[in-house]
Design a protein around this ligand. Structure first.
Ligand code: PHE
Length: 473
């Protein structure tokens, strides 16, 4: 099934399942494996997790359906697809440009995401060398002291050159797939890497269940304590839902534009959201038993994966092999997500400038690597450079964390807000009702969510995100 736009055939996914795998690959990434467990740990476990699930169902899923619908209708890059729907709906010119913001955000996320991808490569290297030096059941890492292990990550962050090289390697790996096109490259990555990812995740989770503190983790993640559900916790949950489902950055519009007319978008969106949420929960059930069994506290942040976990693997039987399998799994998930991030600006630039896919992707990759290198050095020699320091919300943030904050706190929620207003209020209903694959009560419910709940909730989140003092925090 190749999606086509009348006379000029446009490349598309080779099947519905290829689309589902690619979209799940885009959604499942560092957000599920690093950010979700860290946020859950930071925000009190069960209350956060259950509110997060509600956000996925009531805000994430309706926006996901809206984004894929815009893409499938337009059959072009995100910007062109929105423009087309806006023009067909007779909407004011402003609306034609809303996806431009998403394209910019996708590029900014790509730049710092690949730096983290580079860290994952570093740990893969570390565990591999360890196995070669000392065999599978122990290793140099195993013989390190707690303090030495704790030093690995800070030492890496001080080494701007190594981080830059690894960043470039990760960008090149991403480019290798994006340059080959939708069915020839992007789809291939998901079809091979996602099953491997699920296999590794299942294996490590079972291992953790037998050797780690599984029951303790279950109760930690799922015991609902209403008193912990404060404003900031709710905010964190909504932000995490967007990041995890890749919403508000035109990514799902771009992937949706390669989908054929015969695909039921509502069902497919539900499958994507279900898979993404399951992976986040399983990742929690995979990581916490290992961390808790090692008697470590999980204080969240990037340190959970890059400090605490390597430390926990150290004290487990076959920890080096499990550590290697773990970081390979994270690498696969990160790669399929970075591919989707690179595809958004690439598809836009192909439409805009008419250059071929490969040269366009190379230019995007060079720009992303350049910004990535600056982000890598922002942990050391450029740590005093605060590009957005003049805005109170981003005060004191060097390039890496400014990129993370400006996308998560501003651009993604604004992007998703604009999409929900566009679909709920601006676009011609006849264009939407034919596309969404819903009927009866479910259709009405979805309309209610995109028209009312999503815009209101997102506006509230933006306001409290920008002025946290409103919630007294
Ligand atoms: N959803 C991805 C993750 O969880 C991150 C991402 C965000 C990917 C936006 C594409 C677009 O890691």
């Amino acid at each position: 099934m190749v999606a086509s736009t009348g006379s000029t055939a446009r490349e598309g996914w080779s099947s519905r399942s290829a689309f589902v795998l690619a979209a799940v690959g885009a959604a499942v990434g560092l957000g599920n494996l690093v950010r979700f467990p860290a946020e859950a740990a930071n925000n009190g476990g069960g209350a956060f997790v259950l509110f997060y699930i509600a956000c996925i169902l009531l805000i994430g899923l309706p926006v996901l359906l809206s984004e894929t619908l815009i893409g499938r209708h337009g059959q072009s890059s995100a910007v062109e697809s929105v423009k087309r729907m806006a023009e067909e709906s007779g909407a004011p010119k402003f609306w034609s440009n809303i996806a431009g913001l998403g394209v910019a955000s996708a590029f900014l996320i790509l730049a710092f995401y690949c730096v983290i991808g580079g860290w994952v490569l570093y740990y893969i290297g570390l565990f591999t060398v360890d196995i070669f030096q000392s065999g599978v059941s122990g290793g140099a890492l195993t013989s390190m002291s707690v303090d030495e292990i704790k030093d690995i990550f800070p030492a890496l962050q001080k080494d701007g050159f190594t981080m830059s090289v690894l960043d470039v390697v990760f960008v090149l790996a991403t480019l290798a797939f994006v340059a080959r096109g939708v069915s020839g490259g992007i789809e291939k990555a998901s079809v091979w890497l996602m099953p491997a990812f699920f296999f590794l995740l299942a294996g490590i989770t079972v291992y953790g269940a037998f050797t780690g503190a599984f029951l303790e983790s279950l109760s930690y993640l799922f015991t609902f304590d209403a008193s912990k559900l404060t404003g900031p916790v709710m905010l964190a949950a909504v932000g995490q839902a967007f990041f995890s489902l890749s919403l508000g950055v035109a990514g799902m519009m771009t992937y949706g534009s390669y989908v054929g007319r015969d695909v039921n978008l509502a069902k497919t969106s539900a499958t994507i959201a279900f898979a993404d949420t399951s992976v986040a929960l399983i990742a929690g059930l995979c990581i916490f038993p290992i961390v808790l069994a090692a008697g470590l506290s999980s204080d969240g942040g990037l340190g959970l994966m890059f400090d605490t976990l390597p430390h926990a693997f150290q004290s487990m039987p076959f920890g080096t092999v499990i550590g290697l399998a773990f970081f390979v799994m994270v690498g696969f998930a990160a790669l399929t997500s970075s591919i989707s991030l690179m595809e958004v600006p690439t598809a836009w630039a192909i439409d805009k400038f008419g250059l071929g896919r490969a040269p366009t992707a190379v230019i995007v990759a060079i720009a992303a690597a350049a910004l990535g290198v600056v982000s890598a050095y922002s942990f050391n020699s450029l740590s005093g450079f605060h590009p957005l320091g003049f805005i109170p919300l981003f005060e004191g943030e060097a390039v890496f964390s400014a990129l993370d904050s400006v996308t998560a706190k501003l651009l993604m929620p604004i992007g998703a807000l604009l999409v929900s207003i566009f679909i709920g209020w601006v676009a011609d209903r006849r264009l939407i009702d034919n596309e969404n694959g819903l009927d009866g009560g479910l259709h009405l419910f979805w309309r209610f969510l995109v028209r009312w709940l999503c815009p209101v909730a997102l506006t509230a989140i933006l306001i409290v995100g920008i002025f946290p003092e409103i919630l007294g925090s």
